[in-house]
Design a protein around this ligand. Structure first.
Ligand SMILES: [Zn+2]
Length: 698
């Protein structure tokens, strides 16, 4: 007994069980299979059975393996064939640094991957092994142009980069990363329906003679992109491209890679009902799923050419397995990508015949030019470029240039400044037997343009201010006439502040007030002028005539005293004097200062009186002159005696204030002053006082 490795046992058991399940050979032409077998193949490929049966019956190159899975063995270049535009071996310069050759990604991070595997690959545990090599592994050598498979020359790396660019352009509309960097098997195989990271490995290298046993440009299992592979030993199921059968042409290798990956996405051959399996195209165009080695422009198709036998909507079928990329531009006039300034540099992807890249610009009067470039090497997008005005009218359309007319250049001389749209779309080309539609005119573009700046709007016209004396009043009347001049109706349009200058016309003063008052003293007719000056020194003048007439003789109006409030009180009288103390009793000796005969000289005091004192009577009255009792009177004394005192009036409205006794020999004055009167409900009005202060001298 010997011990087999556990993995090998599993493979052998699987192979045995397949053989036991049915008696089908490892590989047989699908056209001879039963409808049931073809339906089973279509189901495994996740494709429409009716369309698949039609394709399988027509094509001798579709095969079923023992498990009734379908694969296609696709056309090689006939020996010695010219390869369309590429008639010589590739000698180009790499478009990217050589260090990037195996790091190229068309959409880094995308969940779907097309891995262009140039580095050589050992295929193990796939249907290919069962159908071609009795389950044994086989190895594809690295991509090799110079007979040295152990190293990648500069030319080989340049060719790899070129092939990658072409395939990336074919798949540009979809969210798939076409890459030259090994993403690892888990990024390629789909092990469960919940597995969202998957794709296809396209092995590019060697010759179909090495393991396939027949001449082929490439081979692929149909519909494997996104199909579930068994867990365990199962690996990703590659598609293969054989440079040896493609003349080592970079274009042919790229076309074959796009074609074989198309099979893995469920696409069939584009042929004709006249028995042609691979339609070679018309004009400079050919379908990728026909034979596209000989035409410059190669696109996906839906069978729009004469006698087409395949009307698969190939863009939609790819889109059913790989979502379209999100728009990287506005897609109509409403969502147009705004462009500031007077130039534009942009790039993006046109995803379908209904997509369009809209850019909103503001252009001034003058020349406009826009140049749009499709992907270099092998564009799928034929660019249509139009300039649309704000109302949707087409202002200019582009001329096709370069790259088989795929680029576009537009120029216009704008006479109307304003909003425009630069609109880029995929378009059709040719007429009649040389035409292709815009169906698959989709791919990468770059865009550059410039136009006249939208000029700064001209400054608003400058108007001088307007002077107005409306509102001046009065404009006539007897001297002296006071006139209120008004400039309020004057206006200006320059957003500045007006200044004013009045000349009243009577050779007196002038005024720079807005609304001055002037008095005309003399009879006459005067022309008053108003000059207004705005902030930029623009001037306007107007005038108003003032007629001053002789003053009429009119009696003065009767004077009616203003009504007096009835609650007012005031000082009705003050009387001050000196008392001698005579025999202990006061004897009034002094004048009452009321101007009548009893006013005696103040120094006629009793010669015997050694002492005395000053007194002051204050009488508070109301507006009728009647005494007011109960009023609090405040007063001050100054001079021979000083101080403050307060007291209430008696029934006679009087209060008497006296000083302390003092020697009768004191000489001098004393002044009494009322400083306040208060009574609840009354108002003290000192201006009505008959007297407020009184002075006595002795
Ligand atoms: Zn094919």
């Amino acid at each position: 007994m010997f011990k087999l490795p556990r993995a090998l046992i599993a493979v052998l058991l699987a192979a045995i069980s397949l053989q036991a399940a049915d008696n089908n050979p490892p590989r047989r032409p699908a056209r001879n299979a039963s409808d049931a077998e073809l339906n089973q193949a279509a189901t495994q490929a996740n494709t429409d059975p009716t369309a698949f049966r039609k394709f399988a019956r027509l094509s001798p190159h579709v095969h079923l393996d023992a498990a009734n899975r379908a694969h296609v063995i696709c056309q090689a270049l006939p020996a010695g064939a010219q390869i369309g535009p590429d008639t010589t071996p590739f000698t180009g310069t790499a478009p990217f640094p050589l260090t990037q050759t195996f790091l190229l990604h068309s959409r880094p991070g995308a969940a779907r991957v097309i891995y262009l595997d140039f580095k050589g690959h050992t295929t193990t545990g796939t249907p290919w092994n069962n159908s071609t090599s009795a389950g044994a592994s086989f190895t594809t050598p690295p991509f090799d142009l110079d007979g040295n498979p152990t190293a990648f020359s500069d030319v080989e790396q340049a060719a790899i980069q070129e092939i990658w660019k072409r395939v990336a352009e074919d798949y540009a509309p979809w969210e798939v990363d076409v890459t030259t960097q090994d993403p690892g098997v888990e990024a390629l195989r789909r092990t469960a329906s919940s597995d969202t990271q998957y794709g296809v490995r396209c092995v590019i290298g060697g010759s179909s003679a090495q393991w396939l046993g027949s001449a082929a440009g490439g081979v692929a299992y149909i519909g494997t992109f996104g199909g579930l592979v068994a867990t365990g030993a199962a690996n990703d199921i590659p598609a293969f491209v054989f440079p040896a059968q493609l003349g080592n042409s970079t274009k042919a290798i790229a076309e074959a890679a796009a074609h074989e990956c198309g099979h893995t996405l469920g696409l069939y051959h584009d042929g004709t009902t006249a028995g042609v399996e691979y339609f070679g195209g018309q004009g400079n165009w050919a379908p990728i799923m026909g034979v596209s080695y000989y035409k410059a422009v190669t696109q996906w198709s839906r069978g729009e050419y004469p006698l087409a036998n395949n009307t698969q909507d190939q863009m939609a079928i790819i889109g059913s397995r790989i979502p379209l990329v999100a728009a990287d531009h506005g897609v109509n006039s409403t969502t147009a990508t705004p462009v500031a300034g007077d130039s534009l540099t942009a790039g993006g992807i046109i995803r379908s015949s209904t997509d369009g890249a809209w850019y909103a610009i503001q252009a001034g009067v003058g020349p406009l030019s826009v140049t749009a470039l499709a992907a270099s090497s092998s564009p799928d997008l034929k660019i249509g470029l139009t300039l649309v005005d704000a109302s949707g009218g087409t202002v200019a359309t582009a001329t096709a240039t370069g790259l088989n007319g795929m680029n576009a250049s537009l120029s216009a001389n704008l006479t109307v400044p304003g909003a425009y749209f630069i609109v880029l779309k995929g378009v059709a080309d040719g007429t009649g037997a040389t035409q292709y539609s815009n169906y698959a005119s989709a791919g990468r573009f770059s865009l550059a343009g410039s136009w006249a700046s939208l000029a700064t709007p001209p400054p608003p016209p400058v108007f001088p201010p307007v002077a107005s004396t409306l509102g001046t009043a009065p404009t006539s009347g007897p001297a002296p006439l006071t006139v209120n001049f008004s400039s309020a109706r004057s206006t200006q349009t320059n957003g500045t502040t007006l200044r004013y200058l009045w000349n009243f016309g009577d050779n007196t003063v002038t005024s720079d007030l807005a609304n001055p008052t002037h008095i005309y003293g003399r009879v006459g007719s005067y022309t008053a002028t108003l000059t207004v000056i705005d902030g930029i020194n623009l001037i306007n003048t107007t005038s108003v005539v003032i007629n001053v007439t002789t003053a009429p003789v009119t009696p003065p109006p009767p004077v009616t005293p203003p009504p007096v409030a009835t609650n007012i009180i005031d000082v009705g009288a003050m009387k001050a004097g000196w008392y001698d103390i005579v025999n202990g009793r006061p004897v009034r000796r002094e004048s009452d200062h009321d101007g009548d005969d009893d006013d005696k000289p103040v120094n006629r005091y009793h010669p015997l009186a050694p002492q005395g004192y000053f007194y002051c009577f204050i009488t508070i009255v109301d507006v009728a002159g009647k005494p007011v009792s109960g009023a609090t009177v405040s007063l001050t004394a100054s001079g021979l005696a000083s101080g403050k005192v307060q007291g209430r009036t008696d029934r006679l409205g009087q209060i008497e204030v006296v000083t302390p006794r003092m020697s009768a020999t004191q000489k001098g004055s004393i002044t009494f002053t009322v400083t306040g009167v208060q009574l609840s409900g009354k108002v003290y009005d000192s201006t009505r006082n008959a007297v407020t202060t009184v002075t006595v001298t002795r």
